[in-house]
Design a protein around this ligand. Structure first.
Ligand SMILES: [Zn+2]
Length: 338
């Protein structure tokens, strides 16, 4: 008779792709702004904000916030603001009836629109005009709720099946936060994008005189079930690190998720080059997935029209290569392990 522990494993059933949760239950919010929730504990503590769906086709953050809200978790001290950002893009631009296919954005990339955004609620009067479209209007609506945070986590996923990583910009405070979380195990310090400011680079979080800090977690490939698991673990560790989530509850939740109580020390990459495609013919010489370490400087990475792109130094790390880059887009970042 077969012992059940000695049986060979059966054929693995592929997990279904990570799906967008049903967001209708979260629409009302409790702030007057749809899909924005705030919970305040009696005990003093920091204001902590978590953003999901900055890009409408990245369900992992929505999966994590949906779980937090459905479980009825609340801060033990301080304040939580939980925001589903680009819900219109997540619904494929359909405001009524069944949702369409989730889109990254409808008019403009919401994570390039944060320069000059203020936390103030707009004064009463004629409704402001948002020439850049629906994302700019939504940024103005949620800004007063999240640009007042002391600590902010922005949950994203990637086009490529790269290991998860945390982007911390150039702020030493954000870098220390990402290293302290240590999950994901890669921390990437970078300058953001030439084509517009990310939320984590807003002066609220990046100015030398500010005490606030914001990080952007890239939890895995958009539809990978592991991205949902990473977003949940990252969220719990972030809330625990801020001491707004009760420590015993955090331990229980991490144990439930089979996550180690203390993750290993993370690897930190300092981005030295941000490569933009100069032509629509940009093509990598092979399919990179991200976080490869290229041992020898001068190794050919890609062709971009007549231009050849080589690694600028030995032991160069590739961060988030894009599958089908277009002219003017960031195609890959290059960095050194520090
Ligand atoms: Zn994203």
């Amino acid at each position: 008779m077969w012992d059940r522990f000695s049986q060979p494993p059966g054929p693995a059933t592929p997990e279904p792709p990570l799906a967008m949760p049903d967001l209708r239950a979260h629409r009302t919010g409790n702030t007057g702004v749809p899909y924005v929730w705030r919970f305040e504990a009696k005990g003093e503590g920091p204001h902590v904000a978590v953003v999901a769906l900055m890009h409408g086709n990245e369900p992992c953050g929505a999966v994590a916030l949906d779980r937090l809200l459905r479980r009825g978790l609340r801060p033990a001290r301080g304040t939580w603001t939980l925001a589903f950002a680009n819900t219109d893009a997540a619904a494929g631009g359909r405001l009524f009836g069944p949702a369409g296919t989730p889109a990254r954005y409808l008019d403009r990339d919401m994570n390039r629109l944060w320069a000059g955004v203020r936390a103030e609620v707009p004064a009463r009067g004629p409704p402001p005009v948002y020439p850049q479209g629906r994302e700019q209007a939504r940024v103005a609506a949620i800004a007063p709720w999240i640009l007042t945070a002391d600590l902010l986590l922005d949950l994203h996923s990637m086009q490529v099946p790269s290991p998860a990583l945390t982007l911390c910009g150039r702020s030493p405070r954000a870098r220390a936060l990402a290293v302290a979380l240590a999950d994901p195990g890669w921390v990437v310090a970078d300058d953001g994008h030439a084509d517009g400011m990310r939320l984590i680079d807003h002066p609220r979080f990046s100015a030398p005189g500010s005490a606030a800090a914001a990080i952007l977690m890239e939890c895995g490939q958009h539809s990978a079930p592991a991205a949902g698991v990473q977003a949940w673990r990252g969220l719990i560790r972030f809330l625990a690190q801020s001491e707004t989530l009760d420590a015993a509850t955090a331990r229980t939740l991490l144990a439930e998720a089979n996550a180690p109580a203390t993750p290993a020390k993370p690897t930190v990459v300092d981005v030295t080059h941000v490569i933009q495609a100069e032509t629509d013919e940009f093509a990598f010489v092979k399919q990179f997935q991200g976080l490869e370490r290229i041992a020898v400087g001068g190794t050919l990475l890609a062709l971009d029209g007549k231009r050849a792109l080589h690694t600028p130094y030995d032991d160069c790390v590739l961060v988030m290569p894009t599958r089908t880059p277009r002219r003017g887009q960031t195609t890959v970042r290059l960095g050194r392990i520090v």
